[in-house]
Design a protein around this ligand. Sequence first.
Ligand code: DGT
Ligand code: CA
Ligand code: CA
Length: 575
Amino acid sequence: MPAHNTEIADALDQIADLLELEEANPFRVRAYRNAARAVRGLGTEVAALLARGDELPRIRGVGEDLAGKIKELARTTHLPLLDELRHQVPAVALELLRLPNLGPKRVKLLVDQLDIHSIEQLHRALLDGRVRDLPGFGAGIEKKLLQAIEERSHGPARFKLAAVEGFVGPLLDYLGKGPGVGKVTVAGSYRRCQETVGDIDILATAAKGPPVTKWFTQYEEVARVSAAGDTRATVVLRSGLQVDLRIVPEESYGAALHYFTGSKAHNIAVRRMGQERGLKVNEYGVFRGRRRIAGATEEEVYRTVGLPFIPPELRENRGEIEAAAAHQLPELVELADLRGDLHAHSTATDGHNTIAEMAAAAREGGLDYIAITEHSRRLTMAHGLDPERLRRQIAEIDRFNATKPGITVLRGIEVDILEDGKLDLPDGVLGELDLVVAAVHSRFNLSREQQTERILRAMERPHFTILAHPTGRLIGEREPYDVDMPRLIEAARQRGCFLELNAHPDRLDLSEVHCRMAKEAGVLLSVASDAHRTTDFSYLRFGIGQARRGWLGPQDVLNTRPLRELRALLKRTTA
Ligand code: DGT
Ligand code: CA
Ligand code: CA
């Protein structure tokens, strides 16, 4: 059975960790790490490439031997080397490596110096204060480890929406071919486009349930069957993702879809609306006494309780029911409304494609303009631009636009907001640009007051246009920095500048709540991909999901504007 790229990459990372624990040659360790990163970033499944008879793309630092191992992993999900290494290291080391901040070096110290043989022992050692005094540890790491161990007992982690997407499509296709299956749809938090999902909920219609649940449990990606009955089943896929399937008759489809889409809070509020009319609403239909009066479609369910259809992204009981009852639901923005993308990188800094390639991909995707916004010099790791290189890029963009490429490339920058709120490039060169996207990339741990002041000061700079990824969070990895968002929004309103809704699936930054706050203040949002390669423009769809959850309509989004209108809005900030 072929492996997914994420599985291959995890295996390569694990080999690197284990080699490092064994104090293997650092170059060998690094080769595995590089290979893992490269495989994770590939746009196509390695297994699919091999199945077509194509070769692996060339990966820097990956020689023939390692490429052979990647292929073997792709084909079989197994590698004798990995099994061998796993036997050589103590079992607890593997578990410890999964905790945050614990790499091979620290794991070795814990095992050798504190004689840790289980997570429980580590927990006790942390509580006793014995860990923080080890070299290379400290109070910060102590706190993070305690937190992680305590969170482990609160059940499995949630999955990012984008990570789940790849599993949903093939599963729906498979179920669609099941015996007697009519409709198949995904419901739950996934349908509501929540940024993370706990599990996948799938609804299928069929006259007879048992053959369908059997078909479901036989899906090749299933690792474990947790429950299988006549009309429902729960499985865990090889990725660790849980999937719940419900099978209902056609006449209950709408009611069941409504029920399993949730959210629970929305369901309860709708049920209450029904009760006020003497109706019972559940997953089988809407009933007056014992008579079913609705249930085949969601529209029907809503209509019987006196409401128009409510889009899934709004179903959180955050005022959507009241708005629907008053016929004041917002018109929600759609992917097709976007005319451009105002945050993208190229090979000049840490992107993987040239400006021409990025522009061609964006045009293919139906966009009329993109802004190239490279990092600034402070980000040396990303090879950030200094004024001289930025001016060269401006000239390059002008030459490119002069070739009439069928899309307009705007001259931008993603300039660093320095610790003191100054921007990382002088006003002179910033004034030569069409827009200045500014972002915090350092000192995430300032106090709320200091962080807010820092950003407010940056917003006051003469050419500041858009605050990129406004809270700096990485979903599941880095908490947002502490900042007074209502104050930033108010400042943006007064200043006439904009906030970004970064659509990268690891970021989705701004949150839906802050999106709605910005909308209410009249501050436009730039829904932007932060593309580092041509395929990344597809991230815009995640940004649109988040925008819809934030009640945004086309008018609330900066980059739904045609180019001419956009230029006028940008001028407000750069002139
Ligand atoms: P998740 O999986 O944690 O990301 O979030 P959901 O919303 O997908 O929740 P899940 O999978 O537990 O249940 C799917 C839907 O089923 C949920 O959105 C609403 C509905 N549901 C589940 N439990 C209840 C309940 O006790 N009452 C009501 N009214 N609805 C429920
Ligand atoms: Ca769910
Ligand atoms: Ca569920």
